[in-house]
Write a protein that binds this ligand. Structure first.
Ligand code: ADP
Ligand code: MG
Ligand code: ZN
Length: 441
């Protein structure tokens, strides 16, 4: 018998599974007796979790994905591997659509993976075809990619995803696989409920990363905040034990002026730093990024527009000079530290004034959106709830890792001193007491 690994090699050209998790998911999907929920970061190889089972199954796997561009990308890749895949969408010429529907209606269809956008699910031309496949037992799996789109709490809510619950009901007995990269607990619950997953097997990359040290410093209590930041940077860069090029770091600021000021102050204190924000010309931004990637600039002082798709191993620290707008984005931004697994620091410089400003800005933004569309929405509340989680993270007396893990629905991890509170709760309490005294003055 051909082993799973051999199939992985012969169909996809991969020598081994990306991770134990990827292998476990594939096996669970192939077993086929339960619904499956998968939460793994972007780039972890979630597609393979349904593509490999789809290739090995008798029938057809229906994949729901939110964007035609994403779908096209995957279909092209599968075709280049000689795996029969295609997509039915609103942009498809009628002739091609007819050909696909004819294959699906035939006794033994050749197609293995059929990609559709959620609005297709309800389309009158497609519904009968789907029902027919189902009755003939030709539907192997239902895979819902980017499943967080189903949740109003998510950052990417798409109303059409709500129709998928009904689709589910039309295909009894077909196991469903839901995949996403970002799922705080409430989003996970929405996914399970809306897709009507039945006691799904859940596979998630652990949120907890033991090599990241989290702490919070109240900026308003510091006599000289820039000197404090400078000392932190010197210390974390000196601790670097890798031989993987020049260690470096990121400071996130909310505004362009903030970036310019912090970069100027740090450079003046002797750490070469450069600002990165939307006010620079595209060419300047690329240059700053390249210098930082090459280790010529030690610290990039950036707005959150920086970091998407940046994969640098030896980032020894991520400092937030201003509060992040939600705990989910903070986790993502701070998580750019320590990708090589070596000890790294994540620090927030918290300030009461910052909190008030951001609170105001978030509510103003919501007000603008409501005015435009003329009514309130569930998503509006989400922005405030997520911001409040961020504030609580800073103002709490408790383990920072525990707060993050619990926010994403993970169990409380064994922090073992990887945050300021677990390292020394007295210092955290003293800081809170001083901040309280300052605010009542
Ligand atoms: P995700 O959906 O989780 O963001 P993708 O499914 O798009 O990730 O996969 C990311 C990349 O990883 C793709 O280029 C894919 O070909 C590659 N990949 C997936 N599984 C493996 C594997 N077992 N070995 C090597 N590369 C893999
Ligand atoms: Mg994906
Ligand atoms: Zn802790």
């Amino acid at each position: 018998m051909t082993s799973l690994k051999q199939h992985l090699k012969s169909h996809f050209g991969f020598e081994k599974f990306r991770s134990k998790l990827q292998e476990d998911v594939v096996k669970a999907v192939i077993r086929g007796d339960r619904d499956v929920f998968v939460c793994m970061p972007t780039g972890a190889g979630k597609s393979l979790c349904y593509q490999l089972p789809a290739v090995l199954a008798q029938g057809i796997t229906l994949v729901i994905s939110p964007l035609i561009a994403l779908i096209q990308d995957q279909v092209d890749r599968l075709k280049s591997l000689n795996i029969p895949a295609c997509s039915i969408n609103s942009k498809l010429p009628a002739g091609e659509r007819r050909l696909i529907l004819a294959d699906l209606g035939s006794r033994s269809p050749k197609l293995k993976l059929l990609y559709i956008t959620p609005e297709m699910v309800a389309s009158p031309s497609f519904q009968p075809c789907l029902t027919d496949l189902c009755i003939r037992g030709l539907l192997s799996y239902l895979a819902v990619d980017e499943a967080h789109c189903v949740s109003q709490w998510g950052h990417d809510f798409r109303p059409d995803y709500l129709k998928l619950g009904e689709l589910r009901a039309h295909c009894p007995g077909v196991p469903c696989l839901a995949l996403t990269a970002t799922a705080p607990k409430n989003v996970q619950e929405d996914i399970v409920k809306s897709l009507r997953l039945q006691s799904p097997l859940s596979f998630s990359t652990p949120v907890f990363r033991s090599n990241l040290h989290y702490d919070v410093i109240f900026r308003e209590l510091l006599p000289n905040p820039y000197a404090h930041l400078h000392a932190f940077i010197k210390k974390t860069l000196a601790l670097d034990s890798s031989s993987n090029g020049q260690a470096c770091g990121i400071v996130y600021c909310r505004t362009r002026e903030g970036c310019e000021t912090v970069a100027y102050q740090l450079t003046k204190l002797g750490v070469l730093s450069k600002a990165y924000h939307a006010g620079l010309k595209a060419g300047e931004r690329t240059e700053v990024q390249n210098e930082w990637m090459a280790g010529k600039v030690l610290v990039i002082v950036a707005t959150i527009s920086f970091g998407m798709g940046v994969d640098k191993a030896n980032v020894r620290f991520v400092a937030h000079w201003n509060l992040a707008k939600s705990l989910a984005s903070y986790y993502q931004e701070s998580g750019r530290a320590g990708r090589d697994g070596l000890p790294s620091s994540c620090r927030t410089y918290y300030s009461q004034r910052d909190k008030e400003q951001l609170n105001f800005l978030i509510r103003q933004e919501i007000g603008r959106k409501q005015e435009k569309r003329g009514k309130a929405k569930e998503t509006d509340k989400a922005a405030i709830t997520d911001f409040e989680a961020m504030v609580k993270f800073c103002e709490q007396e408790g383990c920072r890792h525990a707060t993050i893990s619990n926010f994403f629905g993970d169990k409380t991890p064994n922090c073992a001193g990887a945050c300021d509170f677990c390292q020394n709760p007295k210092i955290v309490r003293a800081q809170l007491a001083r901040a309280a005294a300052l605010s009542t003055k």
